[in-house]
Design a protein around this ligand. Structure first.
Ligand SMILES: [Zn+2]
Length: 65
């Protein structure tokens, strides 16, 4: 069996001036490993089995990888 990969949830964001940075982060998120979309953060991706080690917003830049 392959060891589970690590991944993170990528949250969708919408512009909302009510928020400090002008961006509202939605609970909906996408697995960085396989692209599975979940309605909320789960500890493990139910699609690819990746262990989720964190979360990002879609607006954040990925360094490297
Ligand atoms: Zn996944």
């Amino acid at each position: 069996m392959m060891p589970a990969k690590n991944a993170y949830w990528i949250h969708d964001t919408v512009k909302d001036s009510n928020y400090l940075n002008g961006v509202k982060v939605l609970p909906r998120c996408k697995c960085s490993n396989c692209g599975y979309v979940s309605n909320y953060e789960k500890p493990v991706c139910p699609s690819c089995g990746a262990k989720i080690v964190g979360s990002k917003t879609a607006g954040e830049t990925e360094d490297g990888e």
